[in-house]
Design a protein around this ligand. Sequence first.
Ligand code: TYD
Length: 131
Amino acid sequence: MIRLEQHIDPRGSLSVVESGMTVDFAIERVYYMHGQAASSPPRGLHGHRTLEQLVIAVHGGFSITLDDGFRRATYRLDEPGAGLYIGPMVWRVLKDFAPDSVALVLASRHYEESDYYRDYDTFLRDARSLT
Ligand code: TYD
C-alpha cells in the first residue's frame, strides 16, 4: 500500500501520483471501473505476465485479494489518499464494492490481451515455477 502525496486545505484535497516518484514505472495507460452494484460479480480474476499497476479507490471502496501462487492477502481500499501497487505475476480479485465506487488504475503498459493469465490453474503453474 502506497501513501500518496496529498495537499489538503480549506478548498479540499488534491492527491498526486508521479512516475518515478510515487511509482517506479512509467504510466502508459489509465482506466477506471465504475457502475458496480453491491450484487455485481467480482472483477479482476486474472494475473499479468509483466504489467505493473497502481489501484486507487478515488471514490467509495472495495476489497482486493492478491495471490502470488503461495500466499493470499486481502486489502480494503477506501480512501483516495492511498494506492495499492500490484506487480507482475499476481492474481487479483476485486469485490465488495461500496455504492458509486470508482476504481482508478494506472498501468505501465498499453492493453495487451497476451499479457493476461485468465485461467487460474495456468497462472498457478507458472507462478509456482518462478522459484
Ligand atoms: P476485464 O479484464 O474483464 O476487466 P476486469 O479487470 O475488471 O475483470 O476487461 C473488461 C473488458 O474491457 C475486456 O473485454 C477487455 C477490455 N479492456 C480493454 O479493452 N482495455 C483495457 O485497458 C482494459 C483494462 C480492458
